[in-house]
Design a protein around this ligand. Structure first.
Ligand code: BEZ
Ligand code: FE
Length: 296
């Protein structure tokens, strides 16, 4: 077809996808083309603006390496990560809600016994965390695998510190026979997401702040249950209503109790959703982790 114009080109591009063997790929690309073209028409996108858009996406890719995933950050600040989490994690109300994975998970974190100190030297106020992993009827899920990771007092994850050669503020534990877990670490503090790249420029240009409310990350896996990727947020945090990545759920906010000796404690129970027939196999690490999992 020739002489395509701004009104006819969209259908022609979609028609060229007709022979895509994978029907899902065909559906996704067709919709993507339709929405991209509609977007360009809606804002009357100029050539100069699209050149700037391409430069921005190029810089986003160039900022990525084995320790930095700027595209995940971009997806997070655009709300696309949380949108996909919300769409794909509907569950009964008694189950713990999911939230964003974030870019700071490590697939091979050190294993600890219950009661251990996962801070491993990370700076911060001492904090003891405990709770249980339960099914929707309140029965313990013995042996559930619990990944926990958090930022230190300066708001940095261990993978953001080049000087470290050991994990800090992260680890893998297993719930005991009564579903209980327990570890020591440091107090979670609010922190800004990285702003020294294109995502930081986007936040500045749109007059947005980069802060995330204080939180602990958890990923909990157990045979016969959907894998849960979530956070627990500190209830007194000033950024709860404007999280830079839109991840806060009311049910995930909890009190950290300050004890007489100045240390803190958090008690939080997780309720896993039984896997349905269509989701029967628990997700493996590589299915739940971003493709470019960050490592030391
Ligand atoms: C995090 O909580 O680790 C995180 C999530 C999204 C973007 C940046 C950091
Ligand atoms: Fe985080």
């Amino acid at each position: 077809m020739r002489n395509l114009d701004q009104h006819t080109i969209t259908q022609e591009v979609i028609a060229r996808l007709a022979d895509t063997p994978d029907p899902r790929l065909k559906e996704v690309f067709g919709s993507l083309v339709r929405h991209l073209h509609d977007f360009a028409r809606e804002v009357s996108l100029t050539e100069d603006e699209w050149a700037k858009g391409i430069a921005f996406l190029t810089a986003t890719g160039q900022k990525c390496d084995d320790k930095r995933q700027e595209f995940i950050l971009l997806s997070d600040v655009l709300g696309l990560s949380m949108l996909t989490v919300a769409m794909n994690n509907a569950k009964p109300p008694q189950c713990t809600e999911a939230t964003v994975f974030g870019p700071f998970f490590v697939d091979d974190a050190p294993h600890y016994d219950n009661g251990a100190d996962v801070a491993n030297g990370a700076a911060g106020e001492p904090c003891e965390v405990s709770g249980a992993v339960l099914d929707p009827a309140g029965r313990p899920i013995a042996g559930a695998k619990i990944d926990v990771w958090q930022a230190d007092a300066q708001g940095l994850y261990d993978v953001q510190r080049d000087e470290l050669d050991a994990a800090q503020g992260r680890g893998v534990l297993h719930a005991d026979s009564e579903g209980r877990y327990h570890f020591h670490s440091v107090l979670a503090e609010a922190y800004p997401i990285p702003t020294d790249g294109p995502v930081g420029e986007f936040l500045a240009a749109t007059a947005r702040h980069p802060w995330r409310p204080a939180h602990l990350h958890f990923r909990i896996e157990a045979t016969g249950y959907e894998t849960l990727v979530t956070h627990v947020f500190r209830e007194d945090d000033q950024w709860l209503d404007s999280d830079a990545v839109f991840g806060v759920r009311h049910s995930l906010i909890a009190p950290w109790v300050r004890r007489d000796d100045g240390s803190y404690s958090l008690h939080y129970d997780f309720v896993l959703n039984p896997a349905t027939a269509s989701k029967s196999a628990p997700k493996t690490s590589s299915e739940t982790a971003p493709e470019t999992t960050l490592r030391h």
